[in-house]
Design a protein around this ligand. Structure first.
Ligand code: CP
Ligand code: NVA
Length: 304
């Protein structure tokens, strides 16, 4: 059977994505009942991190342990990748030793190339263009709090970045409408907009974009790799803070999400992220359960 990868939300059908969400909720319930579920006993996940992480690293490591397997953390500081060994060679070597490869890196093409040369599933744990694992957790969180997201309206506030691109894909895959409130110069990439923009609308004014919506979500103004642009971005994005005035535009029972890490007082005010509409801790915690469902789906069981 052909190896399945998860590089973007486009890799799985709507039906499969919905099944993963259902399974994530089930796995979470099993975990909280203390049930042992070692579906990936003796399986190994290689985790290549070329950017920092707290949630992604811990959720994948904990997930593999809970599923009966293990993981290996690989940083460019202490592997040959950091000394220029090609990604294609790394893919072929790791494929002979592990059962799946997770990678967080800069250029999306790096992940595509890794998948091209790997004989085991490759999971995108964030590139400059996409963050699909986060969307699994976000959709799970919405479903747990409010039921199906199909037919709802979500507003993305801030940078047209990797998270925004994955939200655009999620809008099409899960069937919701996405408003994007971003500055003119920080729109989503044109190619992603033309391939995935059907359910998305750019509404530059955040107040208008948040009117009567079901979920408001945002992210940092300067992503990893853009640290040098921070002071310029802080000026441009100032009108795009998610605060109580903006939340007041949305439906009364609207939720607030943020993939984290967050900067209180910049993209979100403290009263919103720490307030009653915020579900950011559930959202972060669901990374574990959503990714366990993904790992269980992608890694074939051992044949005796
Ligand atoms: N949201 C997220 O991916 O967090 P980390 O950068 O801590 O992994
Ligand atoms: N857009 C952010 C997401 C962090 C999880 C970044 O790429 O740094």
């Amino acid at each position: 059977m052909a190896v399945r990868h998860f590089l973007t939300l486009a890799d799985l059908s709507r039906d499969t994505l919905n099944k993963l969400i259902t399974r994530a909720i089930e796995l979470k319930a099993m975990q909280s009942r203390g049930r042992i579920h070692e579906a990936l006993k003796n399986k190994v996940l290689a985790m290549v991190f070329e950017k920092s992480s707290t949630r992604t690293r811990v959720s994948f490591e904990a997930g593999m342990i809970q599923l009966g397997g293990g993981s290996i953390f690989l940083s460019p500081r202490d592997t040959q990748l950091g000394r220029g060994e090609p990604i294609a060679d790394t893919a072929r070597v790791l494929s002979r030793m592990v059962d799946a490869i997770m990678i967080r890196t800069f250029a999306h093409d790096t992940v595509v190339e890794l998948a091209e040369y790997a004989d085991v599933p490759v999971i995108n744990a964030l590139t400059d263009d996409h963050h699909p694992c986060q969307l699994l957790a976000d959709i799970q969180t919405y479903v747990e709090h409010r039921g199906s997201i199909e037919g709802k309206t979500v507003t993305w506030v801030g940078d047209g970045n990797n998270m925004c691109h994955s939200y655009m894909q999620a809008a099409k895959q899960f069937g919701f409408k996405l408003n994007i409130a971003c500055p003119e110069a920080y729109k989503p990439k044109a190619d992603i907009m033309s391939a995935w923009g059907d359910n998305s609308e750019i509404i530059h004014d955040p107040m208008t974009a948040c009117r009567d919506v079901d979920l408001i979500t945002t992210d940092v103004w300067a992503s990893m790799g853009q640290e040098g642009e921070t002071s310029d971005r802080n000026k441009v994005f100032e009108p795009y803070q998610v605060n109580a005035d903006l939340m007041a535009q949305a439906k009364k029972d609207a939720l607030f999400m943020h993939c984290l890490p967050a900067h209180r007082g910049e993209e979100v005010s403290a009263d919103v992220i720490d307030g009653p509409q915020s579900v950011v801790w559930d959202e972060a915690g669901n990374r574990l359960h959503a990714q366990k469902a993904l790992l269980e789906f992608l890694i074939p069981p051992t044949k005796n």
